[in-house]
Ligand binder design. Structure first.
Ligand SMILES: *Cc1c(COP(=O)(O)O)cnc(C)c1O
Length: 366
């Protein structure tokens, strides 16, 4: 007998999440200088940490010997103010990954099923499998969610639907009207997790008013993160907005101190730093243009993206990825998503984007 046999079959079947390669790891593996490495692999904010978040965190350091506020009073108050929701609707998470898992752990049991799209975020099947539920993957249309097909895929056993909007890794966006129609037609006893990890990057006219939807549809759970536009990926902080009774259950399942005190302090400050957010969006828009213009010039097809990353198609993703790694450029292979011919690059600072383009061009020439 192997000790692994002690784990249930659904746990043993889990394929590990493949994160973007850390800079230090690539430096170690290939003997490169860390300072010369460009990482555009994890959709992080290239501006780094915002000034207000940094100051708040430094001020919170002196209290680190104490446990964090398990109820996150100050952070919930900040979220409530900013998004005009009641604190009873808020669940704080150790990253929004924690929120996605909490939704699964709170509502799913073995035998239940979960609907999500092909080419959508890798954590949905992971969170589903970890609780012994069954994933129903619905074929994508032009790399985006086919909301009609997702509705049709809902079975009596289905308790949860995951929708990423914009989607990662493809950058696609659902039309606001289509999402509202989806909620109207979705059975009220099926929970819909609307994962808005990239919503800050959207122009106003593409955004849906998810808080208004929340009031209309108690079966909606909105998931947000401070890892992307707010520049706090390393701190791990995200949150859900939901009906009070849904939030209450998720709050019972979550670890009492799942969000650390530095993260809470930084998040309060970051939510208030609208200048940093605006600059983030501006840098992203310019970088998106820089990259997509290069793809057009080089004749590489790409998926138009509403996030802070763009997925492009090459013949052999693994081969080009290897070439780029050897030259100190880390991007994201998508073979684990079943997209072997594609790679995803995060929008960086202008000189980082330029380095990526330079190496890409050399690879295509070579
Ligand atoms: C990055 C990402 C998240 C979560 O990130 P956290 O750091 O765990 O908050 C969630 N959903 C999508 C679609 C993402 O791309």
């Amino acid at each position: 007998m192997s000790l692994a046999d002690l784990a249930p079959a659904h746990i043993r079947a889990i394929a590990p999440y493949q994160p973007g390669k850390p800079i230090a790891e690539l430096a170690r593996e290939l003997g490169l200088d860390e300072a010369g490495i460009v990482k555009l692999a994890s959709n992080e904010n290239p501006l780094g940490l915002g000034p207000k978040a940094r100051a708040a965190m430094l001020a919170a350091v002196d209290e680190l010997a104490r446990y964090p506020d398990g109820n996150g009073f100050a952070l919930k108050a900040a979220i409530a103010r900013r998004f005009a929701v009641e604190p009873e609707r808020i669940v704080l998470g150790n990253g929004s990954n924690d929120i996605l898992e909490l939704a699964a752990r709170t509502f799913l049991a073995p035998g239940d099923s979960v609907v999500y799209s092909q080419y959508s975020f890798a954590v949905y099947p992971l969170a589903t499998q970890a609780v012994g539920a069954r994933g129903i993957e619905v074929r994508a249309v032009e790399y985006g969610h086919d909301l009609d097909a997702m509705l049709a895929a809902i079975e009596p056993s289905t308790k949860l639907v995951f929708i990423a909007n914009p989607n990662n890794p493809t950058g696609t966006l659902c039309r606001p009207g289509d999402l509202v129609e989806f909620m109207e037609r979705c059975p009220p006893n099926v929970l819909v997790v609307l994962d808005e990890a990239y919503s800050e990057y959207l122009p106003a006219e593409k955004r849906i008013d998810s808080v208004a939807l929340l009031r209309r549809f108690p079966n909606l759970i909105v998931s947000r993160t401070l890892s992307k536009a707010y520049g706090l990926a390393g701190l791990r902080i995200g949150f859900a907005l939901a009906a009070p009774e849904v939030a209450d259950l998720m709050n019972r399942v979550r670890q009492p101190f799942n969000v650390n005190s530095l993260a809470q302090a930084a998040a309060v400050a970051a939510l208030d730093d609208l200048d940093f957010l605006r600059e983030t969006v501006r840098v992203n828009r310019a970088g998106m243009q820089q990259l997509t213009e290069a793809f057009v010039r080089l004749g590489l097809p790409f998926i138009p993206s509403y996030g802070n990353f763009v997925t492009f198609h090459v013949g052999d993703g693994a081969l080009l990825n290897r070439y780029m790694l050897e030259r100190g450029v880390i991007i994201r292979p998508l073979a684990s998503y079943g997209m072997r011919d594609s790679l995803r690059v995060s929008i960086g600072l202008p000189h980082e984007n330029a380095r990526f383009i330079e190496v890409l061009e050399a690879a295509l020439d070579g």
